[in-house]
Design a binder for this molecule. Structure first.
Ligand code: AMP
Ligand code: MN
Ligand code: MN
Length: 323
């Protein structure tokens, strides 16, 4: 299906006044950074704009939030426009779906391979390394002058979704956009210190515990690990402080795929998949009702941890072969 143009999306945004932005649930650096950049630009254009979240922003991203994010679904009443950002489908709006749909116009800006195109206006480009790249292009197409704060938010979006410019989604254009962001006056070293070197001790503790659950599958071609609510209370860590564990699992020599299972407060199991070179984990995640990208995908299973563990183990074994 064909995308709307950035000009069409820009025109819709300028016609609205009350605009609500929706990052996906369990917002990451790309979702938060992209939303903050867009929110700031829209406020500068005189719009009433908020980012509606429903969980805590990860601690290492809080340096970006200068009163842009709210948990209050009624902050604007019925918005003129709802924009979902880095969010591939309605289910990832979680409890905010109803509020999203009350807008006169809905817009989706995303880079997931499995994106649903469920909005009135859609711009989905799975070649973009981060939604931040798309927000950059949108702002440029709308003639927005990028300031340092917008630059910092977009740099955060791109640096996090590319694993610090290391993942295969990183392109020449990714670097060109990042380079252009330097012209806004950003200090990339400062941003990376905030994101990667401001860890709470509790985070190190929970990563340690989670890594201790590691076991290998398919003769070492895959690894599985998990984190439980009990492990969180023992360490005093937040669930988002396990972000990065699944990439660490994948980084083991000889490992093609990693699965990390997170026991949510409601007892459901959120699974993160990563692959290195060949396995399409979006396909696996989709078969469990989730989605994502070829090398990074996820799903949620409505069963207990050991049941989920067995299902994932069986699937990875089937996909990577018994050795
Ligand atoms: P995560 O493991 O949560 O970092 O997610 C990896 C990738 O898969 C991200 O790009 C997510 O946006 C996507 N993803 C995660 N969970 C789901 C889900 N339940 N449905 C669709 N996409 C998902
Ligand atoms: Mn994301
Ligand atoms: Mn993203």
């Amino acid at each position: 299906m064909i995308n709307n143009t950035f000009e069409e999306i820009g025109k819709a945004l300028s016609a609205g006044h009350k605009i609500l932005l929706f990052p996906h649930i369990n917002a990451d650096g790309d979702a938060v950074g992209s939303c903050i950049a867009l929110c700031r630009a829209l406020r500068q254009a005189g719009k009433e704009c908020w980012i509606l979240i429903e969980d805590r922003i990860p601690g290492n991203l809080q340096f970006l939030d200068d009163d842009y994010c709210t948990l209050d679904q009624d902050i604007l009443g019925k918005p003129d426009i709802s924009v979902c950002v880095d969010c591939s489908d309605m289910s990832r709006l979680h409890d905010r779906g109803k509020r999203f749909l009350t807008a006169g116009t809905t817009v989706c800006i995303d880079h997931h391979l499995t994106a649903d195109r469920f909005c009135d206006l859609n711009y989905i480009d799975s070649n973009a390394a981060a939604t931040g790249e798309l927000i950059y292009k949108l702002l440029l197409a709308c003639g927005v002058q990028l300031d340092k704060e917008i630059g910092e938010a977009l740099f955060t979006a791109i640096v996090t979704d590319t694993g610090r410019f290391q993942y295969k989604n990183t392109s020449k254009q990714t670097h060109e956009i990042a380079a252009a962001l330097y012209d806004t006056g950003i200090d990339a070293g400062y941003i990376c210190t905030e994101i990667y070197e401001s860890m709470r001790m509790e985070k190190l503790m929970i990563r340690n515990k989670a890594l201790n659950t590691l076991s290998t599958v398919a003769g070492g071609k895959a690894v599985i690990a998990y984190v439980t609510q009990e492990m969180l209370s023992e360490t005093g860590a937040f669930m988002d402080e396990t972000d990065g564990v699944v990439e660490e699992l994948r980084s083991i020599k000889g490992v093609e795929a990693a699965a990390f299972l997170k026991e949510s407060q409601d007892g459901k199991i959120k699974v993160s998949f990563r692959s290195k070179q060949s396995l399409d984990v979006a396909e696996i995640a989709e078969s469990f009702g989730g989605g994502g990208h070829i090398r990074a995908a996820g799903c949620t299973l409505a069963c207990g941890l050991s049941d989920a563990y067995d299902q994932i183990k069986e699937r990875l074994t089937a996909c990577l072969g018994r050795v």
